[in-house]
Design a protein around this ligand. Structure first.
Ligand code: GLP
Length: 249
């Protein structure tokens, strides 16, 4: 790889922005502009320190931040690499856990809320449930390895699961165990700007671009089993769909 300093430009000590943040900004831009691509290896930290004329501590701090944002990945013994964007097939009814495992990433979640309640008027209309129907709510921050990928709010009618605690790491695994995994879903994708609170959880910045995916999942008999709103980080997620020309009559 050419010298990164030649690609990104030198850091400016007279600038108000700390050097490690300048380095992060340069690397982010190089990734966005595709000067650095998925799985490209970064030079060792001591080379970067030399190229940018900063200390190794500054380089380390810059890279640590980008690793925790999910833009870089560290592989034990072999160095630091540009992470691939996660491609999600928009037309497959798979779960977050399955998607991440299929990409060789380790899924995990931190729980924001796991509770029982009754449908809100909006959920009642969206899911076709009578007012007062008991539901479970599962709010999670979803990670791939250590990078936060999505903020997810799911509502499931209580008849679908034996208890809220039936959901441990995967909602779809729990629904499947209970014989209520959705077999059909409607999905809507919308561009959003993260609020300060969402950005903080996702280690992004306020007003960064995100993707909101809403899914309504149904059982074969047409009953709704899920209404979920997932806010994905726009900088590391690609939604991909396969399109087929319909038969011409
Ligand atoms: C995706 C879908 C959600 C679904 C979730 C289940 O993120 N967008 O609608 O609820 O997967 O994932 P898991 O089974 O990993 O909890």
């Amino acid at each position: 790889m050419n010298s990164l300093a030649a690609l990104i430009g030198r850091l400016d000590e007279t600038n108000n922005l700390p050097l490690y943040q300048q380095l992060q900004r340069g690397l982010r831009q190089a990734i966005e502009n595709k000067l650095l691509g998925p799985d490209d290896a970064l030079p060792p930290e001591r080379d970067l320190a030399e190229q940018f004329r900063v200390s190794r501590i500054t380089v380390r701090k810059a890279l640590d931040g980008l690793v925790s944002e999910g833009l870089l990945t560290r592989k034990q013994g072999s160095g630091t690499f540009i992470s691939g964007r996660v491609e999600k097939n928009f037309s497959k009814l798979t779960s977050f856990t399955e998607d991440m495992i299929a990409r060789g990433r380790a899924p995990r979640s931190s729980w924001l809320r796991k509770s029982k309640g009754s449908v809100t008027p909006e959920e009642s209309l969206t899911m076709g449930l009578s007012p007062g129907t008991p539901v479970y709510r599962f709010h999670r921050l979803r990670f791939a390895d250590d990078a936060p990928m999505a903020l997810e709010y799911c509502t499931v009618p209580a008849f679908c699961l034996p208890s809220a605690d039936a959901v441990e790491s995967s909602l779809y695994a729990a629904l499947e165990m209970a014989g209520h995994r959705p077999t059909r879903a409607l999905q809507r994708l919308r561009a959003v700007l993260f609020t300060a609170e969402q950005a903080e959880l996702l280690r992004a910045h306020e007003h960064d671009a995100g993707l909101l995916v809403e899914r309504r999942g149904f059982l074969p008999d047409g009953r709704a089993v899920e209404f979920s709103q997932s806010y994905y980080r726009g900088d590391i997620y690609d939604f991909v769909a396969e399109l087929n020309a319909s038969e011409l009559e």
